[in-house]
Ligand binder design. Structure first.
Ligand code: ASP
Ligand code: MG
Length: 328
């Protein structure tokens, strides 16, 4: 089979006009006798809006990640259904599958689930019947059938995981920018479009805040040696390729920044050798599913950098574990 996996991000599928352009891109590949698998994100700001809606119904701390995943998964389902409806109206056979129907099996870590396996049988049989297969990004199912999501921006990971499982010859990630730039082109006017970049550098940049590709997707592509092309939905730019390029250039490739983070400072005597405090910090982070981006030590303090929206929760739990419990 000539399988091509394409992923369209939220801004590419935002409304009917944009979905129309996406349809045309898909159709032109289909006309070249390729087997098309299309992964979609939720339209525009849908995911954020769904989160805000949930917060109107209950306090954020009272909402379970499991319920939230159930709600958020509907965003991608809408896009997939609408795209399928549109393609059919243009005379093409299409089918839409959610994460579970597409065989994306995850653990039960709601809100940030890890893909355990992709069982592509249903995708393949639909392709063999001549369908364009449209799949919801960002979601899967645990072994009990519960809907899980993969973490914000996770449809890139869905695309890469599905492309790997299908052994596809191409994995194209479409967004509203021409590809991978040396810095965010929305901030730096002279940012340069990069032709090819290694998995390792892309992973570093993605983890450090470059939004163009999700870091976990790059990590998985590297593991399975899948070349990713980052392209623009609205132009015919060649895009940028992430692959296993080997060379000795010493050029600086990226400058990036991470937004919405917070530095938490934990102060006490002899912190550098306070193994108990250090292990509790990691334990709390693990229990609360908080990612520590950076940690530094001095004689009197430990500083950790985490996501801004987790900072207060982290402080509260650290206070409970390092001050309240220890004092009682
Ligand atoms: N819709 C999800 C989000 O906004 C997943 C994605 O777009 O990749 O995070
Ligand atoms: Mg996205």
């Amino acid at each position: 089979m000539n399988i091509i996996v394409q992923k369209y991000g939220g801004s590419s599928v935002e409304n009917k006009e944009k979905l129309e352009l996406v349809c045309n891109k898909i159709i032109s590949e289909k006309e070249k006798n390729n087997d098309l698998v299309v992964i979609v994100s939720a339209q525009g700001k849908t995911t954020n809006n769904l989160i805000s809606t949930a917060n109107e119904y209950a306090n954020e701390t009272q909402i379970s990640n499991k319920d939230l995943d159930f709600l958020l998964s509907t965003g991608e389902m809408q896009t997939a259904a609408l795209l399928s409806i549109m393609l059919k109206s243009k005379g093409y056979n299409a089918v839409c599958l959610n994460g579970s129907q597409a065989g994306v099996i995850t653990d039960s870590n709601f809100g940030n689930a890890k893909i355990l396996d992709v069982i592509p049988d249903n995708i393949i049989s639909n392709l063999k019947e001549g369908n364009i297969v449209i799949i919801t990004g960002f979601q899967g199912t645990d072994i009990l059938g519960n809907i899980t999501t993969l973490g914000r921006g996770g449809s890139d990971l869905s695309a890469v995981a599905i492309a790997c499982a299908l052994d596809s010859k191409k994995c194209e990630i479409f967004s509203d920018i021409d590809g991978i730039y040396s810095a965010d082109p929305k901030i730096i006017n002279n940012a340069k479009l990069i032709d090819t970049i290694s998995y390792d550098e892309m992973l570093e940049a993605a983890s450090a805040g470059a939004k163009v590709l999700h870091n976990r997707s790059v990590n998985m592509a590297k593991k399975y040696d899948l070349e990713i092309t980052s392209k623009c939905t609205f132009s015919n730019s060649r895009g940028s390729i992430v692959s296993d390029s080997v060379n000795e250039d010493t050029q600086v490739h990226f400058i990036t920044k991470k937004d919405d983070i917070s530095k938490i400072c934990i102060v006490g005597p002899m912190m550098l050798s306070n193994k108990d405090a250090i292990s509790k910090i990691y334990k709390v982070a693990d229990e609360e599913n908080i990612q520590i981006y950076m940690i530094s030590f001095s004689e009197l303090s430990i500083n950790v950098i985490v996501d801004l929206n987790k900072a207060e929760l982290f402080m509260k739990k650290l206070h409970e574990n390092l001050i309240e419990k220890d004092a009682s």
